[in-house]
Design a protein around this ligand. Structure first.
Ligand SMILES: CC(C)(COP(=O)(O)OP(=O)(O)OC[C@H]1O[C@@H](n2cnc3c(N)ncnc32)[C@H](O)[C@@H]1OP(=O)(O)O)[C@@H](O)C(=O)NCCC(=O)NCCS
Length: 141
C-alpha cells in the first residue's frame, strides 16, 4: 500500500469531492463542499491541505486551515484499501507542520457524533473530546 503525500491543489478538488462523498463517516454539505467553496478555502489557506496518492489516484485527503487563532481539520479520509498504514497520520502530520509554520499551536477537528473509528484515530494525539461545547450552525440572511 505505498502512497505519497503532497499538497492538495485546485486541480485535485473535483476528485477530492467525489472521494469525500464516497467515504462513510464524513459530513459533506452541498453548499459548503462544492468546488468553489473548497477552492476558496484552499486560496485562504495555501499549502495546508494534503492528499495521499498511489499511482496517480487519490487515496487520502485532508483539508486544513486556520483563522489566525486556531487550526481546523476537515474531511480527513483514507480509502478503505489504504487504511491502517499510517496514511491519515501522515496527512495530519503534514497539515500540522504547516500550521506550526504559521505559529498555530492548537487545532480543532470536527468529528461526526459516534464516529468511533475517528475517535480512536484522534486518541493517538491525546485529543480532548469537548463535552463543554455544542456547535450551532446558521445561515446568514
Ligand atoms: C479515520 C481514518 C481517517 C483513519 O485513517 P488510517 O489511515 O487508517 O489511520 P492510521 O493508519 O494513520 O491510524 C493511526 C492510528 O489510529 C488508530 N486507528 C485508526 N483506525 C482505527 C480503527 N479502525 N480501529 C482502531 N484504531 C484505529 C490506531 O491507533 C492507528 O495506529 P495503529 O494502526 O498503529 O494501531 C479512516 O479510517 C477513514 O478514512 N475513515 C472514514 C472517514 C472518517 O471517519 N474520517 C474521520 C474524520 S474526523
Amino acid at each position: 500500500m505505498p502512497y505519497s503525500i503532497r499538497p492538495l491543489v485546485a486541480s485535485d478538488v473535483p476528485a477530492c469531492i467525489l472521494f469525500w462523498r464516497e467515504t462513510e463517516g464524513l459530513v459533506i454539505r452541498k453548499e459548503s463542499d462544492g468546488p468553489e467553496s473548497i477552492e476558496r478555502f484552499l486560496n485562504r489557506n495555501p499549502g495546508m491541505s494534503f492528499v495521499a496518492e498511489d499511482q496517480g489516484e487519490i487515496v487520502g485527503a485532508v483539508l486544513c486551515g486556520h483563522d489566525g487563532r486556531r487550526g481546523y481539520v476537515y474531511h480527513l479520509a483514507v480509502r478503505a484499501d489504504h487504511r491502517r498504514a499510517r496514511c491519515a497520520t501522515a496527512l495530519v502530520d503534514a497539515a500540522w507542520q504547516a500550521l506550526k509554520a504559521e505559529g498555530i499551536t492548537r487545532c480543532h477537528a470536527y468529528v461526526r457524533a459516534r464516529n468511533l473509528t475517528a475517535m480512536k484515530f484522534w486518541d493517538q494525539y491525546d485529543a480532548e473530546l469537548r463535552r463543554d461545547i455544542d456547535v450551532v450552525s446558521f445561515k446568514l440572511a
